[in-house]
Every structure is written in C-alpha cells, then in structure tokens.
Design a protein around this ligand. Structure first.
Ligand SMILES: Cc1cc2nc3c(=O)[nH]c(=O)nc-3n(C[C@H](O)[C@H](O)[C@H](O)COP(=O)(O)OP(=O)(O)OC[C@H]3O[C@@H](n4cnc5c(N)ncnc54)[C@H](O)[C@@H]3O)c2cc1C
Length: 553
C-alpha cells in the first residue's frame, strides 16, 4: 500500500516542497527533450536569487491597523519578516516562481497573519473591514491560477491570512464515516488520522503533500482517484465559514446529498475561492480504507481509440466498478512516461511498435478494493472493455512506477526551471462528444503560440458524461518568459472556451482565468456572484481581483 501520510516540509519559497528532493531528469531525459521537444537547456544554470536579494515593497499597513491585528493574534503570529512576506507573494504557477526566482517580490503582502481559532479569523476580518485592508486567505499556497496573489484592489494595504495553525482533525465519527477537520490541515496530516480509524478521504491531487482541506474545498479540487472517490466537493457534508458579516454554518444535518431543504447553499461556498469568507472548518465524508491496491498498464493504438475506450469504461462499468484511478496519456505523454519508467517502459514501447502502432496511448489504472473476489471481477470487466478496443496489456510495473512518482512531478519542474525551461500546465473538461475536438483545438493553440517546445496531455477524472484534459507544455525560456507564458496561456484559454470546454476543471479561476469566467457563466452568473459577495463581504476586502470580474469590465 502506498504511504499517503508522508508530510514533507512546507514548500521552499522559490519552488516545491523540500529542495533536497529535487532530482535531475532520468538518464535520457534531456536528449529526449532536445530531440523530440526541441527544448534546449539554458547555456548557464538559472538558480534562484538569494532570499536577501528578493526586492520587496515597503509595508503600507497603518499603525492602527497593525495594532488591531496584533491585538487579535498576538505579536508572535503577526509578521512582516522578509521570509514570511516572500513565501506569501504568490502560489506555484510558472510566473509566480519565475518572478521570485529572479528577485521580483513586488507583489508581496504587507504582512502575514496566522490566526489560531475561528473566532480570531472573524476578528481579523472585522479589523480589516474597519481599517480598509484587503485579505487573501492562504492555505497551502499551491494555487496555480494566481489565487493567493496579494492583490490590493482599491485598498492601500493587503494581508495574507495563513491558516496553518488551524490544522486539527477535530473529531472522527466512525459510524457515519465522517470527520470534522480544520481548514488549514494538509492532506497527509489529515489522512494519517483518518487511516488510524481504518478510513480514508480518498483525495490525492498531485499537490496533496502541500495543499489544505480549506484550499481543496474552495477550489473544487479533484484528486487522482476521483473516478473512485469523487471530487473533493462530493464529500463535503458541512462547512463553517467566517465572513465579514459573521460566521456561516451550512449543511451537516444529513449526508452531503441527502437534504432537499431548498437550494444547496453549501455549493455557494464550494468553489468560492476565498471571496465570500474564510473556511475555518469542514465536515467531510470518508470511506473505508481499501486493503488492496492493484495497478495495471495497458496500451491503445492511438489517442482517439483511447478516448473511445475510456468513454466505455465510464459508461459501461460505472462508479464502484471502474478503476479508482484511470488515466490515459496521449502519444506525447506516453513517450515521456515510458521513458521515465526505464527498462519496462522501453520494452513496452517496443511491444506496441512491433504491432505497427506509431502513436500509442498509454493507460494506467489503480483499482482499490477490500476484497479479492471483487477485485477479480473489476479487473475482468476492465479487461473486457479495453480488449474490445484492441488494447494490449503491458507490464504492471509501468503503472507502479507512475504511481510511485506521482507526487514528484513538481520537483522535476524545479529542476527544469534551474535549467532555464518554461514549464506549465493547463486543464479543461468537456462532454465525450466534444472531447476529441477540444483536445485538438487546445493542443494546436499551444503548439502554434509556443513555437519550439513540447506539449503532452492526459485524460483523467472521467464519468459517464465526459472527462478532463490536462496539458503540460515546456519550451526554452525566451528573453521575457512571462510574456511567453501569457501568450500560450491566453491562446489555450481562448481555445478551451472557443471549442466548448470549461476554462478550468480543477485549478479554479483566481486571477489567471478571470478573463474567461463571464463567457462560461454568463451575465446572469456574474450578477448572482456579485449579489452574494455584496451580502457576505459588502466592503469587498476578501480576495479582490479574483474570480468575479470588476463592475464594468
Ligand atoms: C504541482 C501542483 C499540482 C497540482 N495538482 C492538482 C490536482 O491534482 N488537483 C487539483 O485539484 N489541484 C491541483 N493543483 C492546484 C492546487 O493544489 C489546488 O487548487 C488546491 O486545492 C489548493 O489548495 P491550497 O490549500 O494550496 O490553497 P491555496 O493555494 O492556499 O489557495 C487557493 C485559493 O483558495 C483560497 N483559500 C485557501 N484556503 C482558504 C480557506 N480556508 N478559506 C477560504 N479561501 C481559502 C485562496 O485565497 C486562493 O484563492 C496543483 C497545484 C500544483 C502547484
């Protein structure tokens, strides 16, 4: 069984997690990138500047505001220290990291505040309203859409409100299989408690080791095992949220989907990205922890055949039988995953090439179960659908290798950035009938705007209606990498919306996707969001510049 309780240190300010874990690309990685992707490392390494060399703006907090914030949390939990301000300057997107690595800390918050109770969060919000200070809730800081950017908006100062002290699993109810968890708990820490009760949350996004319960909830996160356990939001039973107009408690009298008492108000909080309030606590639905984890590797003739096979898996096997993790790589990502898997990957590639498949698509699965007979049944069902699409079974060690390294990807990005490579991900989703069209549209948009570079994609998070597409692209950084990034990001976003997809499947909206949100939810949707915001946060101190477009925009 995989160890899902490993809790590395909080991310270093210029990259991911513990920098001691950054590893170079495996043997053959660079030649492959250069040959296939035409991605050249920079002539010289491009390491991050020293912390002392990050340029920070002056602190603009008034003495009165500072005094009131300190009065709420105490001196030791209020900080204007360099490291704290730098660590809260942004999330973990490419531009966030590039700016800091090159010494640009101009977006840093004026101060960072670490509340220890829900009441303190309420009091901090009241103080910020009184002194006209913007507030940016900060969970694990893993946003890749500008969600934790300390945007001041119309306010002269901004604080980052870091929830790390609210990290307890308050209680576990083994009968209902639910737990009450504080919002700042990171995934592995909460999971360690659940596992002691023989339970699991089943929520394992790639950012799992850093992201928090509150962050998952307000960004509508999806974990790698979403086909089995559902998205995070499907397992939210109740939420406590501090708002500038008081505390709000929603849900909790019945399981997540078993109340018909009017509109589902919980959904207003889920996905609210810190614009309506600060989630301090949530009750989440857990599941019995499986005793068996079984992994399988298959290959399909090409990506389109893979799409059809995955559609049948979702529609014919359905929830409970379909593998809990189901991931289909397009032919470019197949090349990468096979290369990283070493000898078994090379052998697998040889086998499919021998069949004349020029652009095979790799499928990896994990089935989690508590019972051998049930596992056998599910494997048989999986094989029968895949075989109908002409799939060939490869050694399971390729899937094992992928699963073992699934939380290591962000470390590889740090290595690539050290070598002057622009690397970023974008994601979308659509219905099955539109999947191939969307796949090709976004792929072409990235390729055309990126120029020389590499783009790969996978399908995951499937259900009967459709699936998500997740692209990774890499290119040698140009002289202005942020402009280069913006060019590709804009083209990809336009292509997603133009081809009928959503602007985000699980990364949320933040600042980066805000230009497209109106096209996705329409004027009516924007009006509703503005009305709810006006009710809960009338002065607009919470997370300005995110999710909801400004009036008149
Ligand atoms: C390498 C990498 C891999 C990723 N993989 C995945 C993945 O597999 N699946 C996935 O869904 N996402 C993924 N993400 C995106 C990101 O991890 C998720 O959006 C995650 O849910 C954010 O959680 P967080 O605690 O880090 O939130 P933060 O980044 O701290 O905050 C995100 C947003 O939520 C707000 N916020 C945070 N906490 C609260 C709170 N308690 N109350 C109110 N507002 C709050 C912030 O203001 C911000 O707008 C990945 C990101 C990275 C960098």
């Amino acid at each position: 069984m995989a160890d899902l309780t490993e809790l590395p240190r909080r991310s270093i300010w210029y990259g991911w997690g513990d920098p001691a874990h950054v590893k170079p690309l495996p043997t053959g990685g660079w030649p492959l990138l250069k040959f296939l992707g035409r991605v050249e490392p920079a002539a010289r390494d491009t390491p991050p500047v020293a912390l002392e060399d990050v340029r920070l703006p002056e602190v603009h907090l008034s003495d009165a505001a500072r005094a009131q914030l300190v009065a709420v949390v105490g001196d030791e939990h209020f900080s204007t220290a360099r490291l704290d301000r730098v660590e809260h300057t942004g999330g973990k997107s490419y531009p966030d990291l590039y700016r800091l690595r090159t010494g640009d800390g101009s977006r840093a918050p004026d101060a960072v505040v670490f509340p220890g109770t829900s009441q303190q969060v309420c009091d901090l919000l009241a103080a910020c309203v009184e002194h006209e200070v913007a507030v940016v809730p900060f969970g694990g800081g893993t946003s890749v859409v500008g969600g934790v950017d300390p945007v001041r908006g119309r306010f002269s100062a901004v604080i980052s409100l870091d929830l790390r002290r609210l990290d307890a699993v308050v209680s576990v109810d083994s009968l209902s299989q639910t737990a009450v968890v504080q919002a700042g708990a990171r995934g592995p820490a909460a999971e360690a408690v659940f596992q002691r009760h023989g339970l699991t949350l089943g929520h394992f996004p790639q950012s799992y080791q850093q992201a928090t319960i509150g962050g998952y909830l307000v960004t509508r996160s999806a974990g790698q095992a979403s086909s089995g356990y559902g998205r995070f939001e499907e397992n939210v039973v109740s939420v406590t949220m501090a708002t500038p107009t008081g505390e709000l408690v929603l849900g909790g009298r019945a399981p997540a989907n078993q109340s018909a008492a009017g509109p589902k108000l919980l959904d207003v909080v889920i996905g609210s990205e810190g614009l309506l309030g600060v989630v301090t606590e949530a009750t989440v639905q857990l599941a019995r922890r499986p005793q068996i984890e079984h992994r399988e590797t298959w290959a399909l003739r090409d990506t389109a055949t893979g799409f059809a096979a995955f559609r049948d898996l979702a529609q014919q096997l359905g929830h409970g039988i379909m593998p809990d993790v189901s991931r289909l790589s397009d032919h470019n990502e197949t090349t990468t995953v096979m290369a990283q898997a070493g000898l078994p990957g090379m052998a697998g590639m040889g086998l499919v090439r021998a069949r004349g498949w020029r652009e095979p698509a790799l499928a990896v699965f994990q089935i989690e179960d508590g019972d051998r007979a049930s596992l056998r049944f599910r494997r048989k069902k999986l094989a029968s659908v895949l075989k109908r699409h002409g799939a060939v079974k490869l050694t399971d060690s390729i899937a094992e290798h992928w699963m073992a390294g699934r939380f290591r990807g962000p470390y590889q990005r740090d290595h690539l950035m050290d070598r002057g490579v622009l690397v970023e991900t974008v994601e979308t989703a659509t219905t099955w009938d539109n999947l191939e069209h969307l796949y090709e549209s976004v792929q072409s948009a990235i390729v055309e705007t990126m120029g020389r570079g590499w783009v790969q994609c996978h399908v995951s998070h499937l259900d009967g209606g459709g699936a998500s597409l997740y692209y990774t692209f890499m290119a040698s950084a140009e002289s202005d990498p942020i402009a280069q990034w913006q060019r590709v990001k804009t083209a990809a976003g336009d292509a997603m919306i133009g081809a009928g997809g959503t602007i985000t499947h699980h990364h949320a909206v933040g600042t980066d996707h805000r230009p497209w949100i109106g096209e996705e939810i329409g004027d009516g949707g924007i009006r509703i969001l503005r009305a709810i915001k006006a009710e809960l946060d009338p002065t607009g101190v919470l997370n300005p510049g995110k999710l909801i477009p400004d009036e008149g925009a």
